[in-house]
Design a protein around this ligand. Structure first.
Ligand SMILES: [Mn+2]
Length: 430
């Protein structure tokens, strides 16, 4: 039995006060879903199994390029971060793994493994960093890393990625996510084809160091930090990379890394169809790579992404097993609260997508009934699935209302007293 940080008595009394209302709401929703031919318990069982990884960098306050306003009790190191992740996991029962970032989270891998397993946590994809210079680094990434014009700098970036794999092997991770900031700020600064060729050659060396049971995720991003061109700018380039590297290379879709109004759910569908969807970095955005909380701006878009994922899941798409990770930056909220609610939002989109009447939808599509086809999606999206999510949490030992339980437990005040305020610290919007 793993340890918990919030005392069981607090969670139990929180749940006891809310359980009678939840049971009524669940029964009422169950009756309505029954009329639509849906068994509520089957949906709850699927929601219970759904998991999304917490990024270690998400539990600290993010910041913008203008300023960072640290919150009280911020984690001082990766061990504090693991404790914060344990709280999120305990109350939501939806986030059993942590995604580490090297070098920010560098520590003795055996100690890391021990710290996480105390709370029953595992490790998701490892994240390398060649978009900033580490303190003791020999060559700078100012003008790029894996696509750098200088062979020595490319070698250093390859070695760093191989080191991330080595650390991940001890931790039990099964994937490496590579996002690079390489690109250019001026037309003519970089030869597009040569830079991409150098990147591919370097990534082939990383891929060669991948254990047989690992996956390699490459993450595209249209702009930033480079503002004229980036080497891995969109899903098309990303698909070419995955195709070029091999069977264990897949595309990672960060919802914020596209041009405004791009049809992301369609990109997801294409990548599924051609067996190259590796996974997600969930977040939300209004203008660019805003890294706002998942589902906070456009929850319908999140639902439409999950509509594609559930369609693939139910049709038994070959090799379909995408990784789910959050990737957000919290500037004005308590990161633990934001991450708990974001994990729940991702689960909500999944549960709603499970309610789509796919047989009816197919009929409307074949009959060119555009209005009824879109209403079929809306009917699922309009369903308030909160009782299903809350019941899944209650059944697995989480809190019916994770934020209320977290506030009642006084965790933030407790760690604020134990963890002295630090200036600066690692930001991290990737
Ligand atoms: Mn990302």
């Amino acid at each position: 039995m793993s340890e918990t940080i919030i005392s069981a008595e607090i969670v139990d009394s929180h749940n006891a006060a809310r359980k009678p209302d939840l049971e009524r709401d669940y029964a009422s929703l169950g009756e309505r879903l029954d009329r639509r031919g849906i068994a509520i318990d089957a949906i709850r069982d699927k929601v219970e199994k759904f998991a999304v990884a917490i990024p270690s960098w998400g539990v600290g306050t993010g910041g913008t390029r203008f300023a960072r306003f640290p919150g009280a009790g911020e984690p001082r190191d990766i061990f504090d971060k693991i404790e914060d992740c344990a709280v999120i996991s305990q109350l939501t029962q939806a986030t059993p793994t942590v995604s580490l970032h090297i070098p920010w989270d560098k520590a003795d891998p055996n100690r890391l493994k021990q710290a996480a397993s105390r709370f029953g946590l595992g490790f998701d994809a490892m994240n390398s960093n060649t978009f900033s210079d580490a303190r003791d680094q020999k060559l700078s990434y100012k003008f790029g890393s894996l696509s750098h014009a200088d062979a020595g700098t490319r070698r250093q970036a390859v070695e760093h990625n191989l080191e991330c794999i080595e650390i991940g092997k001890t931790l039990g991770s099964k994937a490496l996510t590579v996002w690079i900031g390489d690109g250019s700020n001026f037309p003519g600064q970089v030869n597009f084809a040569k830079a991409f060729e150098r990147y591919l050659d370097a990534m082939k060396e990383v891929y060669a160091g991948l254990p047989a049971d690992w996956k390699l995720f490459t993450e595209h991003k249209m702009y930033e930090p480079a503002f004229y061109s980036t080497v891995v700018q969109d899903w098309g380039t990303n698909y070419l990379i995955a195709k070029e590297l091999g069977d264990r290379a897949f595309c990672l879709v960060d919802l914020g890394h596209h041009a405004p109004n791009v049809n992301i759910e369609m990109i997801v569908s294409r990548l599924i169809q051609f067996k190259k969807l590796g996974g997600f970095h969930f977040n939300d955005s209004k203008y660019g790579d805003d890294d706002l909380d998942a589902g906070s701006i456009d929850p319908y878009r999140l639902f439409l992404v999950f509509n594609e994922l559930v369609d693939a899941e139910l049709s038994g798409a070959e090799g379909f097993d995408p990784a789910h990770m959050l990737d957000q930056s919290h500037n004005v909220t308590d990161p633990i609260e934001s991450l708990m609610l974001s994990a729940v939002e991702v689960q909500r989109a999944y549960a709603q997508a499970l309610l789509v009447d796919r047989k009816a939808l197919e009929g409307f599509q074949d009959g060119n009934d555009a209005l009824m086809a879109t209403q079929t999606l809306k009917a699922a999206y309009r369903t308030d699935v909160e009782p299903i999510l809350a019941m899944a949490r209650l059944k697995t030992g989480g809190a019916i209302d994770p934020v209320a339980a977290y506030r009642a437990a006084g965790y933030r005040a407790k760690v604020a007293a134990e963890r002295p305020a630090v200036a600066g610290g690692s930001g991290g919007i990737v």
